[in-house]
Design a protein around this ligand. Structure first.
Ligand code: NI
Length: 168
């Protein structure tokens, strides 16, 4: 297993649209292991392959309090169960240190493949629902900062660019 580098906003590679996984083979399983290690190491509760510069529709997640219940979603498809939306605070490993209130569907149905390539379906709400919507956005090249005002987004962009310059 390996800890992978996480791309940070405004890296243009975060804007790539990920492609569907055709076969869940050994290389996808290795990617899943590396993504889980990267997420736990960060630490974070969700990670999309896009964030580690792999443009395949793979998401890992763990919202359990002890971080011992990894979840894997391959080719996830979201369907809102109700039109009802709700606002909650979101952060992102690709936008470190910034948190904003973001509006999402409250209840969704997600269908996906698991790490063995088996199809499954899940109704979710609360944090799991928010997290899946956030991660599927990543696969579509979208970030939570796209939902806030352009003024705030520019401010975050400038601060992160400054940090990146100082790191190099
Ligand atoms: Ni994120």
């Amino acid at each position: 297993m390996a800890v992978l580098e996480i791309l940070e906003f405004p890296d243009p590679r975060l804007r790539n649209k990920a492609k569907a996984v055709k076969v869940v083979d050994k290389s996808i399983q290795k990617l899943i292991h590396d993504m889980l290690e990267t997420m736990y190491n960060a630490p974070g509760i969700g990670l999309a392959a896009t964030q580690v510069n792999v443009h395949k529709r793979v998401v890992v997640m763990d919202i359990s309090p002890d971080q011992d219940q990894p979840r894997v979603f391959i080719n996830p498809k979201i369907t809102p169960i109700e039109e009802q939306t709700t606002e909650s605070q979101e952060g992102c490993l690709s936008v470190p240190g910034f948190y904003e209130q973001i509006m999402r569907y409250e209840k969704i149905n997600v269908s996906a493949l698991d790490k063995n390539g088996q199809a499954f379906e899940l109704d979710c709400d609360d944090l799991l629902s928010v997290c899946i919507q956030h991660e599927v956005d990543h696969l579509n090249g979208k970030l939570f900062v796209d939902y806030i005002s352009s003024l705030k987004r520019q401010r975050i962009k400038k601060k992160l660019e400054k940090q990146h310059r100082e790191q190099n």
